[in-house]
Design a protein around this ligand. Sequence first.
Ligand SMILES: Nc1ncnc2c1ncn2[C@@H]1O[C@H](COP(=O)(O)OP(=O)(O)OP(=O)(O)O)[C@@H](O)[C@H]1O
Length: 374
Amino acid sequence: MVQFLVQAVTNNHTDVTCPMEVRETAKIGEGAFGTVLRAYLKEVSPDITQITSPESEAKWMGPFAIKKVPAQTEYKSRELEILRKTSHPNVVTLEFFFTYPNPEDRNKLYQHLVMESLPCNLQSEIKRFHNSNIILPESHIQVYTFQIARAMNYLHSFGICHRDIKPSNVLIEPDTLLLQICDFGSAKRLEPNQPSVSYICSRYYRAPELIVGCSLYSTQIDLWGLGCVFGEMYMGRPVFQGREPMLQLREISKLLGPPDKKFIFESNPAYNGPLYNHRLFTSSLSSRFKKVFSHASPDAVELLMNVLVYRPQDRFIPREVMAHAFFDSLRDPLFRVSPRTVNTEIPVRDMLFNFSDYELKTLGDLTSKVLPRE
Ligand SMILES: Nc1ncnc2c1ncn2[C@@H]1O[C@H](COP(=O)(O)OP(=O)(O)OP(=O)(O)O)[C@@H](O)[C@H]1O
């Protein structure tokens, strides 16, 4: 356990900055860029310069998840900027933030993002089911996928592209099936006709346009990630597991068939890598999807076929995902789910459809299809 006093901790909701004690209790995650720790925070009076005694007035708040990343890198400050702008039930909440030196190297400042903590991520949930030789109940897959699409609909409405959608960046609360997207370390607000780097996103979840080197991509790269995560919940392992970066396209072509010339030209006319355009099978696209996602219902297969699509323009956008028939049972007033951690069935309709006025506007002509039945 590590405890320290920070003179200037800013509350993300009120913008008030005050001194606080921070108690870090355990490591939750370690990524390429930062460390995530479980932590508690306590307000202290401004004249205190030493850590206060346990009997002091204020209560410890938490648990939180603190993400520490080296401060002052242009790349990472985007994460704070984006988390400060967003407020959505399916996007992790930033509660406080501060900069503080690294205990091992006092000269190096670290940005600390203090977020609401969720107990589990989707990667461990998928593994848990897979290791017990069972697949996630389709009702859970519906509830989780709907919330991913809802978060994307919100983020994309501001042009914010997450750029690293994968099960370990999807947090869940197994008792309620609440889901929140985390890790905005790669996220960026995409501007039309402004190029961005194509070497983002974790390999198994990279959209085909990124693999062939597209730099003018859109928020639709996140939808590919949604499709991969959606499919992984049925398969218990990543849908496209390329052994190395260039073999990733080969894995995709085993299911979708080879990419066509139009897709390559629109993505990157200068692409001269392998195209895997020899015939690997004779079966139809839909029979391949049915075979690969053998546990999925016909509606789920149909939705997967509309998301795992080469051309980003032909891929469903988030509100089309939410409006799809696969989620119709969620719209039923009687819909209930049985979380694995709870012994009773719980209603989830209020949690799924508590749209803000802003969100309702983003649904446009699909509003009546997305909203629940009375
Ligand atoms: N708010 C949170 N609550 C609970 N766990 C969290 C939270 N934020 C992050 N984590 C856990 O910590 C892990 C690493 O966090 P994050 O992905 O933000 O760091 P990163 O350095 O960008 O990692 P990576 O390189 O794997 O993308 C996540 O996969 C998740 O399991």
